[in-house]
Design a protein around this ligand. Sequence first.
Ligand code: KG4
Ligand code: ZN
Length: 341
Amino acid sequence: MSPIVLGIETSCDETSVGVVGPDLEILGHVILSQDVHEVYGGVVPELAARQHLAHLDRVVDRALDEAGIGLGEVDAIAATAGPGLVGALLVGFGWARSAALALGRPLVPVHHMEAHLFAPSLEDPDAEPPFVALLVSGGHTLLMHVPEWGRYTLLGETRDDAAGEAFDKVAKLLGLPYPGGRPLSDLARSGDPAAFDFPRPMLRGTAAPGTADWYDMSFSGLKTAVLLAVREAEADGTFEARRADLAASFQAAVVDLLVAKTMRAVDETGCPRVLLGGGVSANRPLQEAMRTALGPEGRLFRSSPRLAMDNGAMVARAGRFRLDCGEVAAPDATARPDLPF
Ligand code: KG4
Ligand code: ZN
């Protein structure tokens, strides 16, 4: 069977639906980014769930219109089952479960992080395992080895803030809007990345091969170091003049950390193919530093910004993989905020 798969993504603050066709082509794709959270400087879980509930029907209709098909022509319905915000997940997964039941179509639960791994393959047929994956967004920071689809070895993760969260918090300190990754990166372009010698936590010191520190990451110490530097600059009246330097120096520390940890994984797995996923993968200095570290023999896979963020097309694509493996949900399946890999 060459199915058409509908993918529903509601794990955080994007209400998104993708339709992926028999040859893995995107037939329809709509992403509605909730802007109600902006004034709070972060995602408010209950508001996220209510927004999904208010808009999901319309987003499904628009994606199907774009694909030029009706809901009845969909062969399987995939939905993010976790990890994510529980209320938000339940809206999308509950919708998918009801639709699958009403239409008599299989329901395919999708792991959100597996969906991120599949995103680049929607645009680049070479973006296939084996690869080392670095998934960096507002909610997650994971380093993985993927020898083949369906086999995932978690190498390291963040001990505290996610990489995107660190960007957002430091952007706030610098008076930039939420989400702050992109504005911070823009501001950093006119700054000196060596102006402040910010720490690269867990890069040296106790980190030794075989210890948990070897691949794990931490961003809270770096964030505190920026906070102290901001306070100092405010006290001596140089804050405005040094904002760009602060942004550039912070960004350089994050990029150093992410590239160093990823290259450790490349060296130890002997796999010079890296896949970057999640919102932070849109960061230009990160892409450039990773490419330089990999050298001419290495490969770097990433998505266009639309597929790097949370989206329904990647859920449909990962759902197709699970469907092909014969994995469909039991009738009592539900979403799980802490869904393990
Ligand atoms: O994957 P995503 O759209 O949503 C989730 O968090 O799941 O990622 C959003 C995150 C935000 O923290 C945002 O600040 C960050 O990605 N981001 C960036 C850039 N563009 C988005 N961080 C650094 N540089 C960027 N260019
Ligand atoms: Zn995500």
